[in-house]
Design a protein around this ligand. Structure first.
Ligand SMILES: [Zn+2]
Length: 82
């Protein structure tokens, strides 16, 4: 599940409603027609209780654009380190 928010700042987790988020790195996966592209080491806010990762809209848009380029090259599964 992908959740986007405007600004990265500590907030209450909307998934478990218990934890709060802290700045960390997480993997961001883009799926298109059965192909997957995984970006690792992406800036995110991660819940200290359930581990759900939140990405900023700017980050998500940037990675989705990048993924679109990779998919056009015909890649099916790729791990991209930032
Ligand atoms: Zn949580």
């Amino acid at each position: 599940m992908l959740i986007l928010k405007e600004k990265l700042s500590s907030m209450k987790c909307v998934i478990c409603k218990i934890g709060t988020t802290y700045k960390d790195k997480a993997s961001f996966t883009v799926e298109k027609d059965g192909a997957f592209l995984v970006f690792s080491n992406v800036d995110a806010d991660v819940c200290d209780n359930c581990g759900e990762a939140y990405f900023s809209e700017t980050t998500a848009r940037k990675l989705q654009t990048k993924a679109g380029e990779e998919f056009r090259k015909g890649k099916e599964i790729e791990l991209v380190k930032l």
